[in-house]
Design a protein around this ligand. Sequence first.
Ligand SMILES: [Fe+2]
Ligand SMILES: [Fe+2]
Length: 372
Amino acid sequence: MTEHDGALATSGEAATSIFDETLTTSSRAWSVESPATTVFDFGYTDGRDQLLRLYDKGTRRQWIGSDRLDWDQEVDPGRPIGMPDEAHALFGSPWWDKFDRKQKDLAHREFEAWRLSQFMHGEQGALISVAKIVQTVPNIDSKFYAATQTIDEARHVEVYSRYLHEKIGLVYPINPNLASLLRDTVGDSRWDMTYLGMQVLIEGLALASFGLIRNMAAEPLARAINAYVMQDEARHVMFGRLALRDYYPQLTAAERDEREEFCVDACYRMRDRFMAEEVWERLGLPPDATKWVEESELFHQFRVYLFTRIVPVIRDIGLWGPKIRGAFEDMGVLGFAETDLDAEMAGDEAAAEEFDRQHLAHVEAAAEAVAG
Ligand SMILES: [Fe+2]
Ligand SMILES: [Fe+2]
């Protein structure tokens, strides 16, 4: 992958100067078989109020990545994001303890480049999934809403890509486990399975991870990006709750079982297979590093935390049979079922608005300084 493609080449100068091509692969495209039945809905006036209100909100809350974010902010490419040492997956390992400051910073840079690259690839999965939902979902109100979400997801790909290319200068290829989850969700012909896999599970996991950066990072641009993306995602989660909560009671018990099994399998895969092996390999650490991360108590807690946004949604949409509850209990995440989703989303809205206020104050101060 080279620095920018087509419309995303918004400021190529900075990108070419720091971009590290060592992870560039020859494959720039990935094709997934994706069967689908296109459904037209001629019940134009049958829209559900709540979904139409969400569509209205989704349309009004559009934003432009190059305007709302201050891309002129300097980011140290040697230590982007600015997460604390204690939040690093290797913290406390024998290797970490021997690293000097420079090596620790390099470990942060590689880990954050990997993490944000997976966000970016996942967001492209969301973009493709929700475009497919426009095509396959049977209700006109859901098609309307999904259309607004499509542009949200394009913007998310854009802002993560820009940060990675211009500020970090390094992009990791898609992780094979993320690719397999995306293949399962995009490759399913049923609209709700695409929705469940992508919006509830993969983006639910990402949402918790975005929250960590928004709340813990020291670097203001990365914090603002994640706050704004989360503000959009709060609407996406609401869409899933409204659309699936209405749909799942109409399915047979066997059909609901199949969906629960899919969730159980995907949740274990998400918990157990994202160990950032690619990063440890690039840092020249032995294969034991992956095992260490897998067994680390701190990283285990982090992986448990990633389910905070998934579990309450699964319960809310009515996929709450014994199999799924058993799996969540086994994973130690069942308690998250009590999370107040509305309060979480109100918190995400408020956080994004606070970033807007800070940005405005900064712009006004700069204007005053110029005016003298
Ligand atoms: Fe997104
Ligand atoms: Fe989303």
